[in-house]
Design a binder for this molecule. Structure first.
Ligand SMILES: Nc1ncnc2c1ncn2[C@@H]1O[C@H](COP(=O)(O)OP(=O)(O)OP(=O)(O)O)[C@@H](O)[C@H]1O
Ligand SMILES: O=P(O)(O)OC[C@H]1O[C@H](OP(=O)(O)OP(=O)(O)O)[C@H](O)[C@@H]1O
Ligand SMILES: [Mg+2]
Length: 282
């Protein structure tokens, strides 16, 4: 049975459970459940603190885990990223009161507050900057106002938390993060059960990012239409009862669907429809 770690709390937990559910796996009914078995899919899910997941996976007791890239790097655990999942996207950045720092070189001799000590200490060492790091569990934006640090390093998504605390980012982004699937470094990636799990999640990602597009067009316009909707392999083209017309079907990126529909219309395609894809195996 495959043993998989899933975040039990925080920004990763809801979207991770939703993705697993969409991929056909049973998920816990109550947020207090720590472990469930999905016998049909031969998977056991362990609901763990997001910060601890890389440590469990690196220990070899669990086969796979879902966590954040920033949490994996911060842990320093012997685990590696095998699939990005596209949610819990964030950037990890330094911030301070406006005008107090412009770049990492300004941190020399100062104190940086963060919940991600591993990332920050590593980044400072790589940059050859000698600064102190204070570890706080959360709400680090307040550390400056209360005089615990002059600079913070934290997760930024919309920037609202920083704005509310009167802070501004400075310097280059330290890293970009998103939810990822991890395994112990150097383990066999060909294991069929692991491959099947990854294919299911990839199917969800494709179903979320693509739509199916159908339209009719005149045979003379087919090459132009196919260039607009090349599909994954190549589009399906079927004859219509009316001679000189064909029906075309192809997957297109959901974000571009409206622009492609305009372009198809402009070259004479008609009855252009899009439908959602619920599941997919590429
Ligand atoms: N506001 C956010 N937007 C997007 N991703 C975020 C946000 N906050 C945290 N994350 C991501 O979630 C992961 C952190 O997990 P964690 O459980 O600490 O989330 P959290 O929402 O900060 O929870 P907590 O309530 O424990 O502070 C990291 O990968 C981080 O990049
Ligand atoms: O740029 P924003 O959209 O404002 O998001 C970023 C904020 O979200 C997270 O905080 P969280 O709510 O998890 O609280 P925490 O600081 O206690 O972890 C993170 O630590 C930032 O504070
Ligand atoms: Mg947090």
């Amino acid at each position: 049975m495959l043993r998989i770690a899933v975040p039990n709390k925080g920004s990763l937990s809801g979207p991770a459970a939703e993705m697993l559910h969409e991929a056909g796996y049973q998920q816990r009914r109550e947020s207090k459940e720590l472990r469930i078995v999905d016998p049909e899919n031969e998977v056991e899910f362990f609901y763990l603190r997001p910060r601890d997941i890389a440590i469990y996976v690196a220990s070899g007791r669990l086969d796979l885990g879902i966590t954040g890239r920033d949490l994996l790097i911060d842990s320093g655990a012997d685990a590696e990223e095998i699939l990005p999942l596209g949610f819990a996207r964030s950037t990890f950045r330094f911030a301070a009161k406006p005008g107090t720092a412009n770049g990492i070189e300004d941190l020399k001799g100062r104190t940086v507050a963060t919940s991600y000590e591993g990332i920050v200490a590593g980044h400072l060492a790589d940059s050859g900057v000698d600064a102190s790091v204070v570890h706080l569990d959360g709400a680090v934006e307040t550390a400056i106002q209360l005089g615990v640090a002059e600079v913070i390093a934290d997760v930024v998504e919309t920037g609202t938390s920083l704005r509310n605390a009167g802070l501004e980012v400075f310097g280059e982004p330290i890293m970009k993060s998103e939810a990822i699937v991890i395994r112990r470094t150097g383990t066999d990636g060909e294991e069929p059960k692991v491959q099947q799990f990854l294919r299911r999640l990839q199917g969800v990602l494709v179903a979320r990012t693509y739509v199916m597009m159908d339209y009719d067009c005149r045979v003379e316009q087919l090459e132009k239409a196919v260039a607009l909707t090349p599909g994954l392999e190549s589009p399906t083209v079927s004859p219509l009862h009316n001679e000189g017309w064909v029906a075309v079907r192809a997957m297109v990126p959901a974000k571009e669907a409206q622009r492609i529909m305009d372009d198809l219309y402009a070259i004479g395609a008609r009855a252009i429809l899009t439908t959602a894809i619920h599941a997919c195996r590429l």
